[in-house]
Design a protein around this ligand. Structure first.
Ligand code: DX5
Ligand code: ZN
Length: 223
């Protein structure tokens, strides 16, 4: 299994103090910072509106951290250039929003020096991402949503672990990320299914000692 990456979700941070929140998380042992880019646009993709390229760009000026960007938008291709220029490290788009143009998306993401990833909602079958992994220009990460995308603080859906197990069996060295409801009570289910990239918002930011939660999750993945 590839090495553990613990990625606090900045959606649970104090956005008014984003730079210091990012530094605090890195000092607490985070590997990546997970940035949730959501676009409401008539409720097309998720019923929420969060941050965009200007915020990524501002944070990049203050931090060298790996910015793991999760695009919950209707038209991810429109975001590759601005998010890439802003300084994102990873660009993960949703398979549900890229049915017709994922080849072009992956190619453009890579040409901008970002790591391409594909995400799937809880109700989307895992088979839908296989073509993106088996072709000539594969994605390098699969994000299995463990809650319905849109908000932090929701309850982990254990039934999504079947997808993680199927992916790990088929792709032993793939980065498999889980996102939603992860924390000390759910990390073992995700780690034993084969997830190695762990996004956690409320469990980390809500803890009196975030470093302890990060270290506990890392140990669970690295067993
Ligand atoms: C939800 C986002 C998540 C969210 C996770 O759509 O993709 O990254 O911030 O938050 P928690 O860990 O609180 O479920
Ligand atoms: Zn996310």
């Amino acid at each position: 299994m590839p090495i553990a990456k613990i990625a606090p979700s900045m959606l649970s941070s104090d956005f008014a103090n984003l730079a210091s929140e990012a530094d605090r998380m890195m000092q607490c042992g985070a590997d990546w910072l997970h940035m949730d880019i959501m676009e409401w646009m008539g409720r097309h993709f998720v019923p929420n509106l969060t941050i965009g390229a200007p915020v990524i760009q501002s944070l990049r000026k203050h931090s060298k951290a790996y910015l793991d960007c999760h695009l919950m938008v209707t038209n991810p291709l429109d975001y590759v250039e601005p998010i890439g220029k802003a300084g994102a490290s990873g660009f993960t788009f949703h398979v549900e929003a890229s049915k017709d143009n994922w080849q072009e998306l992956v190619q453009q993401i890579k040409s901008r020096g970002m790591k391409p990833g594909v995400a799937l909602k809880p109700g989307t079958p895992v088979e839908e991402v296989y073509p993106l992994l088996d072709g000539e220009n594969p994605v390098e990460l699969v994000l299995v949503m463990t809650v319905e995308p849109g908000f932090g603080g929701q309850k982990f859906m254990p039934e999504t672990m079947e997808k993680v197990r199927d992916l790990r069996k088929k792709y032993p060295s793939l980065d498999i990320e889980v996102d939603g409801g992860l924390g000390p009570l759910t990390i073992d289910a995700a780690a034993s299914a084969g997830a190695n990239c762990i996004v956690a918002g409320s469990s980390v930011f809500g803890a009196p000692e975030p470093a302890q939660v990060i270290s506990l999750m890392r140990k669970s993945v690295e067993v």
